[in-house]
Structures are given as C-alpha cells and as structure tokens.
Design a protein. Sequence first.
Length: 164
Amino acid sequence: MNHPLPEEFGPPPFRLSGLADPVEGPAFTRAYQVLVIAMVVIALAWWVRLWQQGHWGDHPGQGGGWFLLAIALMGWTGWAVLRSRTRIDSEGISQTWIWHKHMPCRELAYARLIRVRGLEWLMAPRLYVRTLLGKFAVFYIADAQVLGEAERLVQELTEFRRPR
C-alpha cells in the first residue's frame, strides 16, 4: 500500500502567499531576441553565399549539409527564444522553452535571483531554484511584474526555510 507520509517526516511544503492572479511575461528581453534572430539570419546568408560561390557543390545539401543542420537548430532555438514565457502562480514557476520547465512551490528549498545590473535590457535576470531533493532549474525573466513576484518569492522562501 502507498500511504503518504505525515509532514513531521520532512520539512513542510512552501506556499507562496498573496498571489491572487498568476503573473506571466516574456522570458527573454526584446534586445536578446533581436540578437538571436540576427545571428540566425547572418548564418543563413553566409551559407547561401558559400553555396552561390560553389563551396557546397551543385546541390544545397551536398557539401554544406552539416552547416545547414546547424542553422536549422539555431533557427529552432531562436523560435523558442521568441515564444518563451515565464509564469509564476500559487502552484509554482514554469517557463515554456524548447521543453516546458516547471517547479512546484511546495518542493522549493532554495531560490536566488541572478542578474547583471545595468545589462538587464540585454540579459534577462535568472531565477535559480532548487528543490528539497536537489533538483534545480533556471528560469529567465524579462517582465518587470514577473520579476517583482520572483523577488518576493525569493524573500518569502528564504524566510520560510530559515532555521528556527
């Protein structure tokens, strides 16, 4: 039989308080998105130029197939950067990305915001979180409202997990 263990057998679950509605916003800054897409376009233009000069043979995939595959992977990542969103709600933190990342609040043991002040217009702040079992995830946050809730989450979790 599978019986849940009583709470006295482990630390209590964390609950984020005071969040009536979920907050959600872009994970990456607009400047970073433009930079990523520009890199993909430049790489594709370079590949086309080399093909036109005959470096890849007579057919597009003949000699530059690996290069083209790398550009396709860059494009896929760029598409994910454009569409990626971070969400904080009472259940946890999630981010859409190439794969969906989710971390339930009840399992959180540690959280920290990592940012480079003055460059936040380019490099989105990151929310590093770790669970009670040591699993970790990093969430990118480019939206001011989501960032405010992340700061509050870090503060509440730090106070909640502080030894008494």
